[in-house]
Design a protein around this ligand. Structure first.
Ligand SMILES: [Fe+2]
Length: 199
């Protein structure tokens, strides 16, 4: 196989690995996402370089989770970018801490008006402060370790495979340490990004 073929195979493996991971979550929104991921979508064209490519690859170096390995192998096809949330709702001092690669949602590779999902990378040594949105959300840690906070309560450290659920409107925050992290995220319910707010 050429490296292009490898990346395409890795992209399909990524969708399947995410379907396997969210298949462990017993919620209607997760089931809807799993069905969309299993159906799949077109393999994207190679993506242009992104300012956080080095951090994204550092996050997944030596990763064991199948979705992290697939994300690393499919890196050249993933459209990593800044969040799609409006700058009026999220200051750039916050949005500069992370990057997303949308996979499912309005205008994404797999189109949906009901579900959003993708990959999330947060830089090392950063605090993504409390924020909330109408959609319910579940993160799955894929590489690295981070502290997660729900409802302004205690912080809990989670590593690869951990599932972190945020009910709609519940404030949540994420803190990283020496290494960047890779996670998957999904939204369902009211997935309008205009409902996002810093808390
Ligand atoms: Fe969130």
């Amino acid at each position: 196989m050429t490296s292009d073929d490898d990346a395409q195979a890795a992209f399909r493996a990524l969708l399947n690995a995410l379907a396997d991971a969210y298949g462990q979550e017993d919620r209607p929104g997760a089931r809807e996402l799993v069905a969309l991921l299993r159906e799949g979508g077109p393999v994207p064209e190679p993506a242009p370089p992104y300012r956080y490519d080095a951090a994204i690859l550092a996050a997944t170096e030596g990763a064991r989770h199948p979705a992290a390995q697939a994300a690393r192998a499919a890196h050249s096809l993933l459209r990593w970018n800044a969040t799609g949330i409006l700058e009026t709702l999220i200051p750039t001092t916050v949005s500069d801490m992370f990057a997303v690669a949308p996979l499912v949602g309005p205008g994404a590779i797999i189109g949906s008006d009901r579900v959003r999902a993708g990959l999330f990378m947060q830089l090392s040594g950063s605090l993504y402060p409390p924020h909330a949105h109408s959609a319910e959300e579940t993160y799955i840690m894929l590489a690295g370790e981070a502290d997660w906070q729900l409802d302004l309560g205690d912080w809990h450290r989670h590593g690869p495979g951990a599932m972190i659920h945020h009910p709609g409107e519940a404030p949540h925050a994420t803190r990283t340490h020496a290494m960047p992290i890779l996670a998957a995220w999904r939204w369902s319910g009211d997935v309008r990004s205009e409902t996002y707010r810093m808390v």
